[in-house]
Design a protein around this ligand. Sequence first.
Ligand SMILES: Nc1ncnc2c1ncn2[C@@H]1O[C@H](COP(=O)(O)OP(=O)(O)OP(=O)(O)O)[C@@H](O)[C@H]1O
Length: 247
Amino acid sequence: MSTPSLLYLDNVTVSFDGFRALNELSLLLVPGEMRAIIGPNGAGKTTMMDVITGKTRPDKGDVLFHNTIDLTRLDEPSIARLGIGRKFQKPTVFEQLSVRDNLLLSLAGHRRPFGVLFARQTGEERDRIEGILRTTRLGQHADRLAGALSHGQKQWLEIGMLLGQEPELLLVDEPVAGMTDAETAQTADLLRDINRTRSVVVVEHDMEFVRALGVGVTVLHEGSVLAEGSLDDVSRDPSVIEVYLGR
Ligand SMILES: Nc1ncnc2c1ncn2[C@@H]1O[C@H](COP(=O)(O)OP(=O)(O)OP(=O)(O)O)[C@@H](O)[C@H]1O
């Protein structure tokens, strides 16, 4: 029996003017998994996310979703519709709207986004928004303008907006950059909650946060996987110490 696979990057190479940002990168994510991706600056983390979401096309290699769908043949909107959602580092919430209205706009299935603000909410929409408010710890702030939230709360709102699209796999890029220690700890809890029902790939430099996640870690270096395992395992790996943690 083959290993169940949610996402499989098979020998993916991406070159920019002859420079290999990804160099025969292979990585397997099983359904339901949360994986942390770490690695020094320039290791290829962002390029890897760009390949998964269809922003960058590899020169070589396949990216298989559920073993059968080759993402390298699809464009960004098609990949998003398949259930792969990405949160970029910088929050891009609608500052002039309330937290609740931001979430309403994000719900999957709306064809004319801004029109929904003037339409009567359905019970199902209300329930889904309440669920996302609970997950993102924003229940107390539902009626505040998004622009009045702290940096950390804006990041949670954006994660909530991603949840509105019901992704099967969330890609999260440096979620705790610029957060306070308390916000960082809460973000780890929040992602663990989300991971009960969805798979997650999180790129992060903050090792305290990665430790709090308590998930498998992949170390990238020069566009390839240098090590994989628990944070303790990879922290002990001499090659990792040499290129990254020991710097
Ligand atoms: N569009 C591009 N054109 C040329 N070179 C690029 C391009 N995108 C990335 N690179 C190079 O590819 C390498 C990998 O970059 P990438 O942004 O994927 O690394 P990263 O691991 O995300 O780094 P960081 O932790 O700094 O965000 C870097 O050397 C970068 O300069």
